[in-house]
Design a protein around this ligand. Structure first.
Ligand code: UDP
Length: 347
């Protein structure tokens, strides 16, 4: 969808980075194919030229699949076709129709990591076909994300993980809240802004400015809200702000596939207040590591903010350590990759 390291790809950029880093640490070798301009510290990237796809979540369910001229996605898969014999496995992180369609034409096994819930009919169909033909090769973040595709064949749920050493625990927060993510309608930032205004507590907003018109509309609708936009920050800078906040608000309108920002907050000891749907509803333990609120209820968010003193921030960090470390992430993905490779050899 865009160059890695720019934030335009959302949480899957961090997941790809963490998985690649952990596989290298375990002694595997790998190459990352990504659009020109991609930058991920210390990881081996082959930059592929070409034009990027239209963002999937900005399309209608029935919009036909569109390929731009000189497509970077097609160029990547042409490159992968040429070098495939040098590798045991190809891992696809793109939420796009083409890599699924190409799967039967490749000699090498392909693992498809699907990073969002169901968004279009064409994608649903091709994912279903690949799942049926190559059982177990489709991976999701969470069961609630997988359920949006209604597959009746085997698939993997791999959750997520972060490098916990990069996120510092903070026991005594300042008096503000955080909201993290791409500034785009599916994230419903406006609900968090309204909740911060009603609760009269400042909200720090960090993330990629994906839809400037949407942001301007929020600023016009809530001119007096106590909000501050800090831009798209590096993980290190972002966690320095995040760790000091009373809670992270997660207000997605869609079925969030996972929500990497939830585990980044927990890793800092920051409780998460989220709508009870999608990935966050599987991550947050209501009343222990944050609060799960009736979806789309701003008053529910306000009530949860008032109840924050009930949360012990140590429980948040412990839940990140127990489930979302790089080691745990590596174990899950390595197991999935090995299974796919051994299945292909048996064929
Ligand atoms: N993020 C970041 N800097 C910021 C704000 C957010 O690097 O200032 C990253 C964050 O670490 C996370 C991603 O943006 O990896 C948002 O991903 P998430 O899974 O929460 O949602 P998505 O964008 O995939 O829908």
């Amino acid at each position: 969808m865009g160059a890695l390291g720019t934030g335009v790809g959302g949480g899957v950029e961090l997941s790809l980075y963490n998985i690649a880093q952990e596989m290298l640490r375990r002694g595997h070798s790998l190459q990352i194919l990504a659009p020109v301009g991609s930058k991920l510290a210390q990881l081996p990237i082959i930059e592929i030229p070409g034009n990027v796809q239209i963002i999937a979540q900005s399309q209608e369910r029935n919009t036909p699949t569109i390929m731009p001229d000189n497509s970077v996605l097609a160029n990547m898969w042409e490159y992968a076709r040429q070098v495939q014999t040098e590798y045991d496995l190809i891992v696809n992180f793109a939420y796009d129709w083409l890599p699924f369609y190409l799967t039967p034409f490749f000699e090498k096994a392909i693992a498809h990591f699907v990073s969002m819930g169901s968004l279009s009919v064409a994608m649903d169909e091709i994912v279903t076909q690949v799942a049926a033909k190559f059982p177990g090769t489709i991976g999701f973040y969470t069961p609630s994300q997988a359920a949006t595709f209604a597959l009746n064949t085997e698939y993997a749920c791999l959750s997520s993980g972060v490098d916990l050493s990069l996120y510092k625990f903070c026991l005594h927060p300042d008096n503000y809240l955080a909201w993290l993510g791409r500034i785009a309608p599916e994230k419903a930032l406006e609900d968090a802004v309204e909740a911060a205004q009603l609760a009269n507590i400042p909200l720090k907003i960090m993330g990629k400015m994906q839809d400037e018109d949407y942001w301007q509309k929020i600023c016009t609708t809530y001119p007096n809200a106590p909000i501050e936009y800090l831009g798209f920050l590096s993980t290190s800078d972002m966690q320095q702000q995040l760790r000091l906040c009373k809670a992270l608000l997660m207000t997605p309108r869609w079925v969030e596939a996972f929500g990497n920002v939830a585990i980044e907050a927990l890793a800092c000891g920051v409780p998460v207040i989220a709508y009870r749907r999608g990935g966050p509803a599987e991550i947050v333990v209501d009343g222990k590591t944050g609060f799960l609120v009736e979806p789309d209820s701003v008053q529910g968010l306000v009530n949860a903010i008032a109840n924050l003193p009930q949360i012990n921030r140590s429980n948040c960090r412990q839940s990140a350590e127990a489930q979302y470390s790089l080691e745990a992430l590596g174990d899950r993905f390595e197991h999935w990759f090995k299974k796919i490779i051994s299945q292909k050899i048996l064929l």
